[in-house]
Design a protein around this ligand. Sequence first.
Ligand code: NAD
Ligand code: DAU
Length: 352
Amino acid sequence: MKNILVTGGAGFIGSNFIRHMLSIYDYNIINLDLLTYAGNLENLMKFENYNNYFFIKGDITNKMLIEDIFDKYFIDTVINFAAESHVDRSISNPEIFLKTNVLGTQVLLDVAKNKWKCNPDDKYCFKFMDGVRFIQVSTDEVYGTLGEKGLFTEETPISPNSPYSASKASADMFVRAYYETFKLPINITRCSNNYGPYQFPEKLIPLMINNCENNKLLPIYGDGMQIRDWLHVKDHCRGIDSVLHKGEIGEIYNIGGNNEKANIDIVKIIIKKLNKNKDLITYVNDRPGHDRRYAIDNTKITKELGWKPLYTFEDGIYETIDWYMNNKKWLERVVSGDYLKYYSSMYALSYR
Ligand code: NAD
Ligand code: DAU
């Protein structure tokens, strides 16, 4: 039995992860989420009455709250998804990225270290054998950008280019430091671009699906030839599950789909599937500091933990487009902002 604190569980990947975990295990899942614009509790409506799922609205930078949660739920596992996650927003307002992504992670690490009584004199934290673990969900963006050749391995030097990736890289360094200094049992996962259901339509794929369906222009940054290594969110969730159960303490694992695609090609797939006109494509100013290419070498997690992606991009992208088309109400409520009212209508009277 585990008592898992999932932070940022109302967001895109966090909510998919909670769905994955609750469908396989009996673990207690405690979802702590601030419900920023990116948090959508409607994603988890189905689980509200599960007796092993608990939601708490709160901020990962609030140390007293985190301490209370550790005490009340006997937390033995932390999986930290909570973050400001959008590169464009980090360019217009970097400060909140520093606060949530760096300070928030450090608060979680500190509470875990204290509550788990980590002892710098031990090789590992004394409760390590009891299965205590802190997983930091990081990103391939910490490695910076690639040229036409090469792949990111776990040994690639950190070289972030955006305020977002700089904040994620800083958080990773704190996670590493808490392992080295205090023997906190940690893992860091670094994943490539995710796609799939429940993604906020500010990110490339859901934004293009939504615009395309509504005959709005499709803004392509620069020449549209930037490359991302796409991974279906369900494969990412399975990857984190593998690290949680089989990962070696202190190790970093890259998670990627061997699936490089240029942005413009993705947009063309969406246009074709939705039977729209290519004239919707509009080239706009490039993102400042835009990373040209990301591509993950996933040899370590495949060889050592036996994980591999199950989705082909073709199946995954068609299934994803269908999901958004079959869930237009979800999309409309996100675009209109109505989803933000859900928490106050459902949870206002109860502290769960
Ligand atoms: P998201 O923006 O969809 O969700 C983030 C969640 O964190 C939201 O529910 C939000 O309300 C919550 N949150 C924000 N600030 C908080 C705070 N101070 N306290 C508590 N909760 C807070 O992000 P996502 O795409 O699901 O990404 C999840 C994690 O995975 C992030 O750490 C991100 O860096 C990482 N990641 C994302 C991708 C990707 O392609 N989306 C790829 C690799 C890694
Ligand atoms: O690589 C992992 C990262 O992937 C995660 O750490 C981030 O949280 C996640 O947001 C994502 O970052 P990107 O910047 O790669 O994702 P985004 O969807 O914002 O953009 C994907 C590519 O598409 C990028 O090259 C910019 C381009 N783009 C994006 C948007 C929103 C456009 O050309 N037009 C757009 O309107």
